[in-house]
Design a protein around this ligand. Sequence first.
Ligand code: P5A
Length: 443
Amino acid sequence: MRLSRYFLPILKENPKEAEIVSHRLMLRAGMIRQQSAGIYAWLPLGLRVLEKVQKIVEEEQKRAGAVQLLMPTVQSADLWRESGRYDAYGKEMLRITDRHEREMLFGPTNEEMITDIFRGYVRSYKDLPLNLFHVQWKFRDEVRPRFGVMRGREFLMKDAYSFDVDQEKARAAYNRMFVAYLRTFARMGLTAIPMKADTGPIGGDLSHEFIVLASTGESEVFLDKDILSLPIPGEDTDFDGDLSHVIDAWTSHYAATDEMHDADAFAAVDAGKQEQARGIEVGHIFYFGTKYSEAMGAKVATGEGSEVPVHMGSYGIGVSRLLGALIEANHDDDGIAWPMSVTPFHVGLINMKPGAETDPVCDALYKQLEEAGVEVLYDDRDTRAGAKFASMDLIGLPYQVVVGPRGLKSGEVELKTRATGEKQMLSPEAALNLLIEAVKAQG
Ligand code: P5A
């Protein structure tokens, strides 16, 4: 993409409303624009990251056996009356009336709708296990939307729903999502720790939140530091097999949010390994058994000929919130430093002197990189070098290639690694190969 033809509205000033670094950097880097409190337009650069995060989430859901569909954002109030949550949900629900005076709502979550879909088609235990997921916008009329995409009113969520014939099988479904979540966040370069959690308005008695440690996080958490060095399950994980050993390994170390904190159990952790910290909830999984299936009549025939309400769980990931968490974990004083897996472009190519001898080298590099599948943001604008460097550092692409007349005299371009600041002078061919390898290594 040529920057001269792109839409990258960078802000020079620090926006006053932004209290935390990720919010400030998303606004400054031209990723989002607030349209109402807690409601954002996704500008081109922000959308690219959102889509990459979404893709990783989808791939890992599918790897774990979940099947993707897409449900609407607007739902009927009647469905929610069936579960009893229409009144219980309170002011967080955005209620809408259509032209026929029918009561509708903008979905804050989809347990009712998915249960309705399930009961419309599935009759037998033979069709189970089943896990259906989608990635869709949600609306929650939060009292205090804040920190940009971290606590929005409109936000993008991945929500999956599992259906099983009994509690034991439902537990296995829960374990599959648990492992999928460990993999999902690790692929983004994030350490997300599963912690015992409260179930709130979703209900049920088994629940974990996945928390990324960050000083700006809204949750207070307590953990045994040993949990930070546990291995992440590999790509070859057998999701048809028994995964309980993985869950046992993670849950045998103390880790809980303040709502579930047990001071005595925490005190039993080695003093040197106790950590009290803050964190961002990027995912939350629930097993709630027959809470919705019983209320809504979602039943299946068992092998023995009887009919039972299906056992369910639901599994959420804050897709848009993850961008905030990713920036909290990957930035410095100059701006963002994206990990390769989610970066909006792999490389920023800076032409120091458009209209001069740097043009053919830049044009050739741009073309060759793009052809090799390397995503390039090519700064071909005729502006001050200092401003170009500052913008590139701000938007945080992992690599920068600087092509200037001085370097070209000795046939070299500069390659800078954003995260470390390391710079090297290389031939354009060497830079090209290095970048192609770096993208390949990412997969
Ligand atoms: C699980 C999936 C649920 O809604 N029903 C379907 C269950 N869980 S949850 O914990 O309430 O939300 C899931 C994840 O969504 C993110 N999230 C938010 N992100 C941005 N702004 C918000 N206001 C917001 N509320 C929830 C979180 O990452 C949460 O873990």
